[in-house]
Design a protein around this ligand. Structure first.
Ligand SMILES: [Zn+2]
Length: 182
């Protein structure tokens, strides 16, 4: 991890006010952080850090792309990562206690003695949160699903077979009940 420092901001040396940072994240970064079902991801993140006395406001603007698979048919898909996240970082005497008590996930406490802020976890987390919840092939101009029809047909076939199996086991159980009653 030779480039770990690349994600550390030495905020102590910054003047009060807004500062801009930009991070180019590649596939290697995401894989090292533990991303799954995610290929060829790249993201550019613009981070604006506003330094104040005792606290900092951070704004992350995510702009990227990643390869995922369709939830319905498993086709490979290219999706856009596009979102904005805000964090409030407060400098306090007892950050551990404060972090434990804080219910707002957008507020983080660090020690007053801290001089650096490692933003790599946030860069990863926020990029992941930019992935749409539902990933599907979508529709063409005619409103037809662009999913792989063969795969969908196969899935339907398998589903029907499962339903049939369930039915037959139900009949079996009914038969057993009948037997017990007699
Ligand atoms: Zn699909």
């Amino acid at each position: 991890m030779a480039n770990r420092r690349a994600f550390e901001i030495a905020f102590v040396g910054l003047k009060p006010g807004a500062h801009e940072f930009s991070y180019g994240l590649n596939d290697k970064f995401f894989i090292e952080k533990g991303a799954e079902d995610f290929t060829n991801a790249t993201a550019n993140v613009k981070l604006t850090l506003e330094k104040n006395t005792g606290f900092m406001r951070l704004k992350f603007e995510i702009d990227g792309k990643a390869g995922v698979t369709c939830d319905r048919c498993g086709n490979p898909l290219q999706i856009d990562l596009w979102d904005e996240f805000k964090m409030l970082v407060k400098l306090v005497d007892d950050p551990e206690v404060m972090n434990e008590q804080e219910e707002d996930p957008d507020v983080q406490y660090i020690s007053r003695n801290e001089s650096h802020l490692d933003v790599s976890d946030w860069l990863y987390e926020f990029s992941m949160l930019s992935v749409p919840m539902q990933k599907s092939c979508g529709e063409d101009e005619a409103g037809e699903s662009k999913c792989n029809k063969e795969v969908l047909a196969k899935l339907r076939e398998m589903e029907e077979r499962t339903i049939q199996n369930d039915n037959s086991s139900n009949t079996l159980w009914k038969g057993l009940d009948q037997f017990k009653k007699n």
